[in-house]
Design a protein. Structure first.
Length: 393
């Protein structure tokens, strides 16, 4: 295995078990290392500190193990077994009320660059690094071994998540097996998942507990769910006996999926829901009617650090509009899923929006991702989902 040598003193983050090595920390590397290669990381004295995937860019190595390590079939099986055991302990495995959850959450499961979501009988893999993409068949084999009898297919959904400049020609498709129905249950509600054409792996698994919380606030309220995608928050609002729910979504495909999910769960309550196909930002700007409960769950405003300032401006703008227009006594669920937006920065953006609205605003809950999206304590960047529940006088 080829080696990468760190500059003097640059080993300290590794010794604190941070799973990224930045390009500026590298003193030299063996010739011929290509993107996606497995490498050993050593200090100036030649001591092996870590094993990981090399990649081109600011993050130069994603660490798989903080030691010399053979990355073979048993390595992948061990990591998958550990991830599966955690979900068993969380009560997600063999739970008839919830058949969708995250099985592998990148750094949180010691597999940086890899996402695996489990949909009833189908595993959907998403690689965010060339190294993980090159290992996809070994990962699929490990999934089959660990989840024996629990899978009918393994689908690769990596074409949109791989580095844009990576020397790859990637296309999505089945690594093993065949398609299941795509029907899953979440806290007793049914959802149709489209992993082939949908966003991410087909469904936003990370909002499960936040959606359940929203149902507790929905009774008798008029609800607006912005950027609805699959209509998850809207379904929970209806189950919580909301008086009426409007779901705003710009995509015709997503709007059809929302309608399908409504039919699966509330065929007799269609009059309490209205789907509105429109640009969410424009709708919010022009909105006249006041809602008692609003959900702002926009797509990531910043995927890179250089977009951070614009992202914070965007969060401030849409929250200002929502806080100005929500009915007195209303409740706002507002989120950021941008990893580069720190929790305090998001809160500051919402604080600025509240100050501009001139209204009394109180924080009722501070939200994050659920336990099947674990965050390594050594890698706080993994806490990407931030949310606030606000009460507005």
């Amino acid at each position: 295995m080829k080696r990468i040598v760190l500059k003097s003193g640059k080993q300290r983050p590794l010794l604190r078990r941070h799973p990224w090595i930045f390009s500026g920390a590298i003193k030299k590397r063996d010739p011929g290392i290509a993107e996606g290669d497995l490498v050993q990381v050593v200090d100036n004295q030649g001591r092996v500190l870590a094993t990981g995937h090399f990649q081109i860019g600011s993050i130069a190595v994603r660490v798989l193990a903080f030691e010399a390590c053979v990355v073979d079939g048993e390595f992948w099986r061990k990591r998958i077994r550990q991830a599966w055991a955690l979900r068993q302990n969380l009560g997600l495995v063999d739970n008839p009320e919830t058949t969708v959850f995250r099985l592998v959450n990148a750094e949180g499961d010691q597999l940086p660059g890899l996402i695996v979501d489990y949909y009833h009988d189908t595993a959907v893999i998403q690689a965010h690094s060339v190294g993980m993409h090159r290992a996809r068949h070994a990962i699929a084999a490990a999934l089959q071994d660990v989840l024996t009898g629990r899978l009918t297919g393994i689908y690769d959904k990596s074409s949109a998540s791989l580095p844009a400049k990576a020397p790859l020609e990637s296309s999505d498709g089945w690594l093993w097996g065949e398609s299941g129905t795509g029907l899953v249950r979440e806290n007793g509600l049914q959802f149709q998942v489209d992993w082939a054409a949908g966003q991410k792996t087909g469904y936003y698994v990370d909002q499960r507990e936040n959606r359940r919380l929203l149902a507790d606030y929905a009774r008798g309220r008029r609800v607006l769910n912005m950027f609805g995608y699959t209509g998850g928050f809207s379904l929970y609002a209806l189950r919580g006996e909301a008086r009426h729910v409007d779901t705003v979504e710009s995509s015709a495909r997503a709007m059809a999926l929302i309608q399908r999910n409504m039919e699966l769960n509330f065929s007799r309550s269609a009059e309490r829901h209205r789907g509105i196909q429109a640009d969410g930002f424009q709708f919010l700007k022009e909105m006249q009617g006041r809602y008692d409960l609003m959900v702002l769950d926009p797509p990531a405003f910043a995927k890179h650090q250089r977009a951070l300032a614009n992202a914070l401006t965007g969060y401030t703008r849409i929250n200002t509009q929502a806080l100005a227009k929500i009915a007195p006594g209303g409740v706002l669920f507002t989120f950021s899923c941008s990893q580069v937006v720190a929790r305090e920065a998001f809160r500051q953006a919402v604080f600025t929006a509240a100050a501009r609205s001139g209204r009394a605003v109180r924080i009722l809950h501070q939200l994050s991702q659920p336990a099947d999206h674990p965050v390594s304590i050594y890698h706080p960047e993994g806490e990407y989902l931030k949310g606030l529940v606000l009460q507005v006088e």
